[in-house]
Design a protein around this ligand. Structure first.
Ligand code: GLU
Length: 478
């Protein structure tokens, strides 16, 4: 039975890289008929952010990557929040001490800093100097008895080659001499990530640890811990970093990194997930459109690549557009309506919005594309884009438009076909090209130079609105 986990630390929001990690775990569980767990790793008390757990869960729920077991959902291996498991870690640490795999360390932060500075000045390694490894049993007892603060460190043997068989990266080997005597239990009684993750992965019967590449260098410590405890380690799969165009780790400076930001910008969960899935993984063929379900059918860790995956914002937009166009207009309308509230605009009638969506569908890649970029569907323009006026409003425009508007008044059918026929006939009878009328009409009705098909848009707006706007524009652009 495959059991995988997503184990975020609640230090803020859900990062897109975190969502990709969660997705890969979820996909493997779905594909293998296994279970996907959510564990909250909140043992670093200095980095806790209030409301971060809720924000995380909210983003996961929006994405539809929901756990089968874990924090909030419950399950047989709980609690799934590490701060509620302190006695378990204490017991495990005591076992390691008793077996000679870990030791008490009483070095104070000040002492450590001073010794580190000294070594740095001499150009030596600044790793922990293992000072407390050699304290006598009596001294340890005495200092514990006196209530001195301490941490517990694991013993890292010298000169061992630790080999990890990573599903993504193949064999990776580490020289143990370069690994620090890692702190397992901190002076506040909380475990470090390393101890807690290993203990929990074992007790929660995790079979595959799928996580970001940044954790690869910690894995030798984890492997040693499994060995010390006499436990079978899980399979490890370290997925590539998400990088920007210049090969650096994606950061806020490159653009949005929180899942919430994409949600607010009008991305669909399906679009974001499809895009993220393919950051570092590919199906082995040309397909690029996937739902979570079709991904789960073909996902495999073996097709995750080693090198960094470039976050291409244009590609994300494109993929999102593909998903947008699979959703029927009436369903899209319900998804778009809340964005009017966010924009501080009055909500249009639902039926009217459906018509707007039908006209705009080919051009919209985001839910928000149906709101801010097309104000003219919801309000009369109050300004006319200067560059477009310069380019499109010619000496003859006023007379032409006002003449055609008069004809429009008598039109019985206000359909795209009828409008186009009428415009073309009018232009021809006045010896000008259709463009001489099309561009000024668009400018008058929308205030801008670009948009969807003019005649379809006019039908949606309706005759009264079109005539009112043309009249207003003729006054301003006189
Ligand atoms: N708590 C770690 C994080 O925030 C999890 C690392 C792991 O999956 O082992 O990324």
């Amino acid at each position: 039975m495959v059991r995988v986990r997503f184990a975020p630390s609640p230090t803020g929001y859900l990062h897109v890289g975190g969502l990709r990690t969660a997705l890969y775990n979820w996909l493997l569980a779905r594909r293998e008929g296994g279970q996907f767990l959510l564990r909250i790793e909140d043992t670093d008390r200095t980095r806790l952010v209030e409301g971060a757990v809720e924000a995380l869960l909210d983003s996961l729920k929006w994405a539809g990557i929901t756990p089968d077991e874990g924090a909030l959902v419950g399950g047989p291996y709980g609690p799934y929040v590490q701060s509620e498991r302190l006695p378990i870690y204490r017991e495990m640490v005591d076992k390691l001490i008793a077996a000679g795999h870990a030791y008490y360390c009483f070095c104070t932060p000040e002492e450590l800093a001073a010794r580190r500075a000294e070594k740095e000045a001499q150009g030596e390694s600044t790793a922990y100097d293992r000072h407390c490894r050699s304290l006598s049993k009596e001294e340890v007892e005495r200092r514990l008895g006196a209530g001195e603060p301490y941490v517990v460190r694991m013993i890292i043997p010298d000169g061992r080659e630790i080999v990890i068989d990573d599903v993504v990266r193949g064999q990776v080997s580490f020289d143990s001499s370069l690994v620090d005597d890692q702190i397992l239990l901190k002076s506040d009684g909380f475990p470090t990530y390393h101890l807690a993750a290993v203990v929990d992965d074992h007790l929660m019967k995790i079979t595959h640890v799928i996580r970001g590449e940044e954790w690869l260098s910690s894995t030798p410590k984890h492997v040693l811990l499994y060995e010390y405890f006499g436990w079978e380690p899980p399979k490890f799969a370290h997925v590539p970093l998400i990088i920007n165009e210049s090969g650096k780790k994606l950061s806020k400076r490159d653009g949005d990194v929180s899942v919430e930001a994409y949600r607010e910008k009008g991305y669909l969960p399906e679009g974001l997930l499809n895009f993220l899935a393919m950051l570092g993984w590919n199906p082995g063929d040309e397909r690029e459109f996937f739902t979570k379900e079709t991904l789960a059918e073909c996902f495999s860790l073996e097709r995750v690549r080693k090198s960094g995956a470039v976050f291409d914002f244009n590609k994300l937009l494109y993929i999102n557009g593909l998903h947008m166009r699979t959703i029927p207009a009436d369903k899209l309308a319900d998804m778009v309506l809340p964005f009017f509230d966010k924009a501080g605009w009055e909500r249009p009638e639902r039926d009217y919005l459906i018509k707007v969506i039908e006209v705009m569908a080919e051009r919209a890649n985001l839910l928000t594309d149906y709101v801010e970029p097309i104000p003219y569907f919801y309000k009369d323009p109050t300004e006319y884009e200067e560059a477009t006026v310069k380019k499109r409003w010619k000496a003859a425009s006023h007379e032409l438009l006002s003449g055609w508007a008069d004809e429009m008044k008598n039109m019985e059918e206000f359909t795209p076909e009828a409008l186009e026929a009428s415009l073309r006939a009018y232009a021809e009878s006045h010896g000008v090209g259709a463009g001489q009328l099309i561009h000024p009409t668009r400018l008058a009705i929308t205030g801008v130079g670009n948009g969807p098909s003019l005649f379809h848009m006019m039908e949606v707006l309706g005759k009264d609105t079109c005539l009112r706007r043309i009249e207003a524009a003729l006054k301003v652009l006189a």
